[in-house]
Design a protein around this ligand. Structure first.
Ligand SMILES: Cc1ncc(COP(=O)(O)O)c(C=O)c1O
Length: 440
């Protein structure tokens, strides 16, 4: 089957339809299988296809590590591995200033600090994200402000962001959740209108495109994670990049203890050591060569799931705008609980019995629901900006109803690039069997 990322949408639909027919015996066969007994009740499992081994690294990485062993230094500055990594990264994500760093959290902290965000400044972001999105904001003594999300992409909702903008707002951090691009035109307009900095959290969005444009090239700064579970990885690691001529040149300093390694100017701002070593950059440079294959494959698998789950009763699929390319770090659909005879946990259990790697929701609670927010206990049980009157933010009063509903009603499916079309078709069949069985 043609896996080309350039396949037209019509061709893609035709080819996945063929794949479905070939893999499960055509539409009649699908219906017959759907009515079979659930695996949880002694029926046959929907997923019988073995999952091919997930090969994430090999010769390209070991070649670079061999070269690394010939080097006399493993330090990043002017290192050949870091240089190769940056050059490849720029080919992938067209940016002029790139700093490798130790994590996605570090990338975000560097971006926020380089943007000049400080005590009492407000930064609007999504409550459905990894805590790493706001750690840097908090360390800058700035105030994360949570806006609600869209019901079907689970991304930050520009309309609610607009409502949350105040005179203290300095930046917006849209998070391209699960590799599904945010509505960046809206955010770009809002940022322009209110003179705000746009920092893209691309930690889960390697290879994703917004209307043909690589995510990370739209805002003033882009932050990527290379933590172990991400599309490409260095075990742990991150990249922060920018095309902005004010913020961009500061990324290196904020990733490297405030030191400008070219000018050696006196230290002007406090900054942490977030450096990435040459060993990680060597792996990263090789991983970047794998990226396009991984991204296009995950996009295809996500679209197959959408196509198959779209018409199911009581289900809302993970919406991907047809003009974009989502790279599905995970796939999450939502259920309308009233349409089912059992709880979400029972549905998940039954799907797992079918051999589908399904889980309930994503993070356990919206970020503002975490104890450190509820108690405002960030720094040794204090929060200096609040205690000194620079903000009156009270996270106990924050409510993002859609985000809370998404986390209550989402069912997340694991998607990895080693899954064959056939495997994903069978996953969809497993979900279908369970949904049809329990839908009332
Ligand atoms: C959306 C998002 N932002 C930030 C981060 C932080 O990245 P890291 O774990 O590399 O620090 C993650 C990690 O999972 C993430 O998913």
């Amino acid at each position: 089957m043609n896996d080309s990322p350039h396949m037209s949408r019509r061709k893609f639909m035709e080819s996945t339809a063929c794949a479905a027919a070939a893999s499960v015996g055509g539409p009649t066969m699908v219906r017959a299988t759907e009515t079979q007994k659930l695996a949880a009740m002694g029926g046959m499992k929907a997923v019988t296809e073995p999952l091919p081994q997930w090969i994430r690294w090999g010769e390209p990485e070991s070649d670079r590590l061999d070269a690394l062993m010939e080097q006399s230094s493993l330090f990043y500055w002017n290192g050949p591995q870091t240089t190769a990594f940056i050059e490849r990264f720029k080919r992938h994500c067209a940016t002029t200033h790139v700093q490798t760093c130790s994590s996605g959290t570090a990338a975000l902290h560097i971006a926020v600090a380089a943007a000049g965000i400080g005590p009492g400044d407000e930064v609007i972001t999504s409550p459905i994200s990894d805590i790493g999105t706001v750690i840097g904001v908090l360390f800058q003594q700035a105030v994360p402000v949570f806006a609600d999300v869209e019901s079907d992409t689970y991304n930050l909702d520009p309309r609610d962001v607009a409502r949350k903008i105040t005179l203290r707002t300095k930046a917006i951090i849209p998070v391209h959740l699960a590799g599904n691009p945010c509505d960046m035109n809206q955010f770009r307009d809002l940022a322009k209108q209110h003179d705000l900095i746009l920092i893209e959290d691309c930690a889960q969005a390697w290879g994703a495109r917004y209307r043909g444009q690589q995510v990370g090239t739209i805002g003033q700064a882009a932050c990527f994670s290379m933590m172990n579970s991400k599309h490409i990885t260095t075990g742990d690691g991150g990249v922060v990049a920018s095309n902005d001529e004010t913020l961009g040149p500061l990324l290196q300093r904020f990733g490297d203890k405030g030191t400008d390694r070219v000018t050696r100017e006196p230290l002007q701002w406090l900054a942490a050591n977030y450096r990435m070593s040459e060993a990680q950059a060597a792996i990263g440079a090789a991983q970047l060569e794998r990226l396009e294959g991984i991204a296009s494959r995950r996009n295809r698998l996500g679209r197959i799931l959408t196509q198959r789950l779209n018409e199911l009763p009581g289900v809302t699929v993970h919406r991907e705008d047809a003009a974009n390319r989502a790279t599905y770090w995970f796939y999450m659909f939502r259920i309308r609980p009233k349409r089912f005879r059992v709880e979400r946990s029972e549905l998940v259990k039954a799907m797992r019995a079918e051999g589908v790697n399904a889980s309930a929701g994503y993070i356990r609670r919206p970020l503002y629901g975490e104890r450190m927010f509820q108690d405002h206990s960030f720094f040794a049980n204090t929060w200096p900006v609040r205690d000194s009157g620079q903000t009156d933010m009270d996270y106990r009063k924050v409510k993002c109803p859609e985000a809370e509903a998404v986390l209550r009603t989402g069912i997340r499916l694991r998607v990895t690039e080693n899954m064959t079309d056939r495997y994903v078709e069978q996953m969809a069949l497993g979900v279908t069997k369970v949904v049809r069985h329990y839908a009332s």
